[in-house]
Design a protein around this ligand. Structure first.
Ligand code: F6R
Length: 609
């Protein structure tokens, strides 16, 4: 949600900034801009729309300078326009800054600044920062002016600031929005996440909340808000540049769908001891004894990660015997959650930066619960703030619609079920069975992916419809929700995900020949009930596409189209049944000519509440 990038060092800043913006574009793409400093001359360019628009605008103009900041925006305050695009500046065009986050008290600050004579040129919350720094700079040096400004603002920020009068310095600060500092041999590149950094260095410093860094071409000094110098560890990025590229696929989303067997393989590698029917989760070792005494697990997450949590509930309750509640992270902190020391709160987050999930984890900590994470992005805030956790190792997910992170999350939840189950009553035989079936999933996923062409034809056949009902029971109920979310977010058509049994309590009224149903009807403990539901849809002239188990010829006679998936253990079925739904949504949207990697109004990594 908004991406910022900056550079200071010996190289030309602009190519690094432009490349960084392209790699961060999945965080927001309604406008983009940069400022490059060359001595005391600062050149700023902005454009509405995607980064390509900015690139067209500068059209290979020569903009030299070894210091610069840039931003790709996901609008919060003020509509997408050049005026509202970052970088923002003060009245004297001395201070330029880019910001990811929200300044909550900007109205009061703006009012006071306007009274003091400052002229604002945008509708954003961000601009107050530039004017405040300007105001303080009249009395104190640049760094001190930034400190004083930050002491006055309430809200979240990842900030990068340059000052015409300090052309050898880049100041960055973090509170609630991620910032990573890449350490190069001849300078520093800073960004909202590692995607723009990995090309230049694998050595990074993750800034924590309340920290500010003064960066020059040769050194960086990090201080906390108590003005104490902090010594930071240099971490290594484990993603390669190639992983973050499209590798010949037309879209990241398709690449990531196709990568799922590998992503799941990486998630379970070294963690599954099939012969013993156990899962070894190194990240949980330190809290293992506390987890043995655990009475309740509360999963907090958002969107697709929330649906993974719902599948996890079915797994953990049925096989590990651990009471599990799943909550939208955005609701959790505004209720009065009843937590105690026998409750663990588990955050599931691809990005590890989702503001709602992070806030929920902080609230859980306040209440004394042990906090755990299932996170894909190494070094992200949620990964660092939870007491213990398991990394996905699914590789970078760039497509805004989450796909491989989801199936990877499901595979980790299956591992967790095994881990907690074997600490409790799960037998060796059952543990071994789950482990064997989980180890087979990547191979089975490949066989589903091999049907991509047929699934594309089904998507084409239904291209004229603009409403869909997605239905599933038990383990496949969250998959129905996830399938509906996928098509909604990238195709902008209306889709509702429902538990099959709930259909007759309301949504059935929607069904007619123009309202097709995607029915997940795999051969499992609720198969017969699901078939009855399909009959009810057919009786009302509804068209039905079924996701069914290979070999089920019966269902073919009942429905309009069938996509088959292989048989596996019921609890692992979601890892396979979601794949056709991802491909269906992908081809449906591409058929409409839409940019599936950057759907309108959305952004990856939602770092505002
Ligand atoms: C949907 C999607 C979102 C995210 C949600 C949580 O395709 O990607 O619904 O799942 O914003 O994001 P993370 O998992 O990064 O916390």
């Amino acid at each position: 949600m908004c991406g910022i990038v900056g550079y200071i060092g010996k190289r030309e800043a602009l190519p690094i900034l432009m490349d960084g913006l392209k790699r961060l574009e999945y965080r927001g793409y309604d406008s983009a801009g940069f400022s490059v400093a060359n001595g005391d001359r600062i050149v700023t360019e902005k454009a509405v729309g995607k980064v390509a628009e900015l690139e067209n605008k500068i059209n290979e103009k020569d903009i030299p300078g070894n210091l610069g900041i840039a931003h790709t925006r996901w609008a919060t305050h003020g509509k997408p326009s050049e005026r509202n695009a970052h970088p923002h500046r003060d009245c004297s065009k001395k201070i330029f800054l880019v910001h990811n986050g929200i300044i909550e008290n900007y109205k009061e600050l703006k009012h006071d600044l306007e009274k003091a004579g400052h002229k604002f040129s945008s509708e954003t919350d961000t601009e107050v920062l530039a004017h405040l720094i300007e105001e303080y700079s009249k009395q104190v040096p640049f760094e001190e002016a930034v400190w004083r400004t930050l002491a006055h603002v309430r809200g979240t920020y990842g900030l990068a600031i340059i000052d015409r009068e300090n052309p050898q310095k880049l100041i960055i600060a973090r509170n609630g929005s991620p910032l990573v500092l890449g350490v190069m041999d001849d300078g520093y590149v800073i960004a909202s996440d590692v995607a723009p950094i990995v090309r230049y260095t694998d050595r990074v410093i993750y800034l924590d909340d309340g920290e500010m860094a003064e960066v020059t071409g040769q050194s960086c000094k990090i201080t906390n808000f108590k003005r104490k110098k902090v010594k930071k560890e240099i971490s290594k990025i484990d993603w390669s540049v190639e992983e973050a590229e499209k590798k010949g696929y037309p879209h990241f989303m398709l690449k990531e769908i196709m990568e799922q067997p590998e992503a799941v393989e990486n998630s379970i590698r070294g963690r599954l001891v099939v012969g013993e029917g156990i899962a070894k989760l190194g990240g949980l070792r330190d809290v293992s004894e506390r987890l043995r005494r655990l009475k309740r697990l509360v999963i907090v997450s958002c969107g697709t990660s929330y649906y993974a949590g719902l599948v996890g509930k079915y797994m953990l309750e049925e096989y590990a015997g651990v009471r599990t509640d799943v909550e939208h992270a955005s609701e959790f902190r505004y209720r009065k959650p009843l937590l105690d020391e026998n409750t663990a709160v588990l955050a599931i987050s691809q990005s590890g930066e989702t503001a709602d999930t992070l806030a929920a984890i902080r609230e859980a900590k306040n209440k004394g619960a042990i906090t755990l994470g299932i996170v894909n992005v190494v070094g992200s805030t949620i990964a660092r703030e939870t007491d213990a956790g398991v990394y996905n190792h699914a590789g970078p997910e760039i497509g805004v619609a989450s796909t491989k992170a989801f199936t990877s999350q499901l595979s980790i939840l299956a591992l967790l079920t095994l881990f907690l189950g074997r600490q409790r009553e799960m037998s060796f035989v059952m543990g071994k069975r789950i482990a064997e079936e989980l180890a087979e999933i990547p191979k089975l996923m490949k066989s589903v992916l091999n049907q991509a062409d047929e699934i594309k034809k089904v998507a084409e056949k239904y291209s004229k419809y603009s409403n869909f009902l997605y239905l599933g029971r038990k383990y496949n109920y969250p998959i129905a929700m996830e399938g509906a979310l996928k098509i909604k977010e990238i195709s902008y058509v209306h889709a509702e995900g429902y538990p099959f049994g709930e259909m007759k309590h309301g949504p059935i009224a929607l069904i007619d020949k123009n309202f097709p149903t995607m029915a997940i009807a795999t051969k499992d403990s609720v198969y017969e009930k699901t078939l009855s539901g399909i009959q009810e849809v057919k009786a009302r002239s509804g068209k039905v596409i079924a996701i069914a188990t290979k070999g089920d010829r019966e269902i073919q006679k009942m429905v309009d189209d069938v996509i088959y998936i292989p048989k596996t253990l019921e609890m692992l079925t979601p890892l396979l049944s979601v794949v056709p739904l991802q491909l269906f949504a992908y081809h449906f949207a591409v058929g409409k000519g839409l940019d599936v990697d950057k759907p309108r109004n959305l952004a990856k990594s939602v770092t505002v509440e």
